[in-house]
Write a protein that binds this ligand. Structure first.
Ligand code: NAG
Ligand code: NAG
Length: 762
């Protein structure tokens, strides 16, 4: 190739790379195959997995740990759209844990040949990053590909294994990931990835996803000893069916050949994944969801205690040009295309309406022009991916049961927005945290010392450092202060000076904790800390129970740099528990951490995605709130006030969902009433059933729900009836004695005698 053509080819490849859609994981930090390289671009985009992302994405290695049951805000940006008619979109969140899982120490891809690894074992060679293990890849490498899959015009002749797919026809290796498993979900073969959630444009597929998930359904695979596969790479093709597997031997003509084995891999035995509609995101924008926020999934860390876990996010987009879910290897997509544009197949062929790479189409039959379309059949229907670094899942400390644990971390990397793109600048995550009083916060962050040397930032070049210090109060009166919740407001968002540290009562934490948060101690002693340069990248305050209500504004003193970059956050400690759960067509459950209130939505009840929010106010709080203008009927409150938002009708055709709330088991005649949280002026009685201290009822809308007890009327009626009888007797007696006065006199003297006799007894 002469130089000119080489340059041209390179330019084309670069251009080709830059037009692709992507997904970038921001919290936990997504690696996009990076380790800790100092370059802006990832050194080796085949290190761990096939992201198909732009090489500029990704953060350097950094690990955290999370407590079981704590809430982690998984945040990402996807470049094409979701929940938007312009493309089909699925987002699949998964995680895996394995003793050998690691980030590695070099940017090289883990070798295929064990002889190239220390002690001849790549699974244990810590030099290389590894998620899926060697045996897993070897099996994929040696297994026949699913020949029913649609491959468009991609050339897969003689490429017959599960490493060859429409998106990866030449079988390129990316770590130990299996390309066929990567491209398809739910995957039919064994996989180490456990499902967290599936978010899809087509939520009617949710029952299918939930039923097929490897969480709940076993997988089967054809296996042979790794040594045999390793020695015969390129020669063995393991079949995909039981019948074929059980008679497969290698070498096939040798009666002493090694027999393959059809093996069941049990389901993970965990809950089926959460499944719902995707949130809206705008086409060609990395990060614009509704309200300008990046996309989020709030993950409740599962009870899978392990020191080495990783999570993975995949973003599957496909077009409306063929029906991806119903198209197989023998579907005639060209015929469908011809029919769609209203041409005979012959004419469609002549005019370029073919499903092939970069077709030149003649749009107007009489004008002799052709327009070239940018079609890549390997990418019409395409999956992008990002993965976290290794993290740990640790058991909850005793005594934290029934409490929420909110993870508060830092996302982003050193540099200005242009330098870090498509990653993001520093921010606290969640940036605006709401938590109920007497619940827990886990403050922790990590970073890198090897960012790109030219990236802007304060303190030592290349280094990420963070701290938390409460912001100061306003220096002058700017008019009304915006309040974000009950309790005091600490610090003002718009200022850039911290509060006097010792006087600050940030979250009601001890002075020692405030010093730790400010100076990254303990773990670090002395040194130059004005810009935290001598501190480390990692900091962990551990769990803290927060019991001081209020709205707290805080900053990072090093990175906050007004007019360049901003690093501030807000925490609101509410006097009640709160919870959020998006629930759509697939149904779902929203429960508060104390399990006293629960919303259960059956599949099909919500026609569209609703971000359900629930709060639980004590009666005292509700009465003091100023919005309780009249009390519901009854005598006493027999439950907390449960607020469910949105408060409008969320169902169609009279469908209902279930609300359960804990009621006082000793209360009598409990009835449930509903009103609106903004103005509790009138109350509607809701039919309910009460059993063992739990009231259940069916509703079609949010609002405030509360249980009231009603005094038992039986005895009251009894007393009233007795009273009337006594009164009648008295009246009758008076009438009688009026008519017969002498009898009354006799009675009086008798009564006096009786009085005396009683006195004698005393
Ligand atoms: C992506 O969508 C296609 C249908 O267009 C489907 O066959 C495939 O399994 C999906 N892959 C993933 C990873 O969701
Ligand atoms: C995630 O949780 C936060 C509260 O911590 C809530 O504001 C947000 O709506 C939730 N988002 C989703 C998509 O669940």
């Amino acid at each position: 190739m002469d130089n000119f053509h080489f340059v041209l080819l390179t330019v084309c490849l670069v251009l080709w790379k830059s037009v692709i859609a992507d997904i970038y994981l921001h919290n936990p930090r997504g690696g996009n195959n990076r380790l800790d390289e100092e370059n802006r671009n990832v050194q080796n985009n085949k290190r761990m997995f096939d992201s198909q992302n732009n090489n500029r994405g990704g953060y350097n290695v950094g690990s955290l740990y999370y407590y079981v049951g704590s809430t982690l805000h998984i945040e990402w940006t996807n470049q094409h759209s979701c929940s938007n008619p312009n493309s089909h979109c699925e987002i699949i969140l998964q995680y895996m844990c394995d003793d050998q899982l690691r980030d590695g120490a070099s940017t090289n891809t883990i070798p295929l040949n064990p002889d190239d690894c220390r002690l001849g074992n790549c699974n244990t060679d810590k030099e290389y990053g590894m998620n899926e293990n060697y045996e897993y890849y070897l099996n994929c490498r040696s297994r026949r590909r699913n020949k029913g899959l649609f491959i468009a015009d991609q050339n897969l002749n003689n490429r017959n294994r599960a490493i060859n797919t429409r998106q990866n026809p030449n079988g390129q290796r990316y770590g130990y990931e299996c390309p066929e498993e990567r491209d398809y979900y739910p995957y039919w073969g064994p996989t180490p990835w456990m499902d967290i959630a599936v978010l899809t444009n087509d939520a009617t597929r949710c029952p299918y996803y939930r039923a097929e998930s490897a969480n709940v359904k076993p997988r089967y695979g054809c296996v042979m000893p790794a040594e045999v596969l390793q020695e015969n790479i390129g020669r063995i093709t393991l079949p995909n069916t039981k019948e074929e597997c059980e008679v497969y031997r290698y070498p096939s003509n040798d009666p002493d050949g090694v027999l393959a084995e059809w093996r069941e891999v049990p389901a993970f035995g965990i809950e089926a994944p959460d499944c719902r509609e995707t949130q809206f995101s705008r086409d060609n924008h990395l990060g614009n969801g509704i309200g300008g926020h990046a996309l989020v999934y709030n993950w409740t860390i599962p009870n899978t205690v392990h020191e080495n876990c990783a999570m993975r996010i995949r973003y599957n987009i496909s077009t409306g040009d063929y029906n991806g879910w119903n198209t197989t290897y023998n579907t005639d997509v060209d015929a469908q295309l011809a029919a769609k544009v209203g041409l005979s197949e012959n004419e469609a062929d002549q005019r370029g309406f073919l499903f092939e790479n970069n077709p030149e189409v003649k749009v107007f039959s009489d004008a002799n022009f052709e327009l070239q379309l940018a079609v890549n059949t390997a990418q019409f229907g395409r999956t992008f991916e990002d993965r976290s670094f290794a993290f740990a899942i640790r058991p909850r400390p005793a005594g934290t049961e029934g409490k929420t644990i909110s993870n508060l971390n830092v996302r982003g990397k050193r540099g200005n927005i242009v330098q870090v793109y498509p990653s993001v600048e520093y921010d606290f995550i969640p940036n605006n945290l709401e938590m109920g009083t007497s619940n827990y916060i886990h403050i922790q962050w990590t970073g890198s010392n090897t960012n790109n040397p030219n990236n802007d930032g304060n303190g030592q070049a290349r280094s990420d450092r963070n701290n938390i210090v409460q912001l100061g109060d306003p220096t002058y009166d700017e008019g009304s202060l915006t309040r974000f919740g009950p309790g005091a407001v600490y610090g003002k968002y718009g200022v850039n000076y911290p509060a006097h540290a010792v006087n600050s009562s940030f979250l009601g934490l001890s002075e020692e904790d405030l010093l730790h948060l400010a100076f990254n101690s303990p773990g670090h002693f002395g040194g130059e800390l004005s810009q935290l340069d001598d501190a480390g990248t990692y900091f962990d305050l551990g769990l803290r129970m927060i019991s001081q209500e209020g709205t707290y504004h805080y900053m990072c003193t090093r990175n906050n740099d007004f007019s360049n970059r901003d690093q501030k956050g807000r925490i609101t400690v509410l006097p009640y528990l709160t919870g959020t759960q998006p629930i759509g067509l697939g149904g779902g459950t929203l429960a508060l951490a104390d399990n006293k209130a629960k919303v259960m939505v059956e599949p099909g009840v919500f026609p569209t995605l609703q971000t359900l929010q629930m709060e639980e106010w004590s009666p005292d709080l509700a009465v003091g709130s100023g919005t309780l203008r009249s009390e519901p009927a009854g005598n006493d409150y027999a439950s907390n006030f449960v607020v469910i938002r949105p408060e409008n009708v969320m169902t169609q055709n009279g469908a209902t969902f279930t609300v359960q709330m804990q009621v006082d088991p000793d209360a009598s005649n409990v009835e449930i009433y509903r009103s609106k949280s903004q103005d509790m002026a009138s109350w509607t009685k809701i039919p309910s059933s009460v059993d063992a201290g739990t009231a259940s009822f069916q509703v079609d809308q949010g609002g405030v729900y509360v249980a009231r007890s009603h005094q038992n009327l039986g005895p009251i009626i009894g007393i009233a009836v007795a009273g009337i009888v006594v009164a009648l007797v008295v009246i009758a007696t008076i009438v009688y004695f009026r008519r017969n006065p002498d009898r009354f006199q006799r009675l009086k003297s008798g009564a006096r005698k009786a009085e005396r006799s009683v006195q004698n007894k005393v």
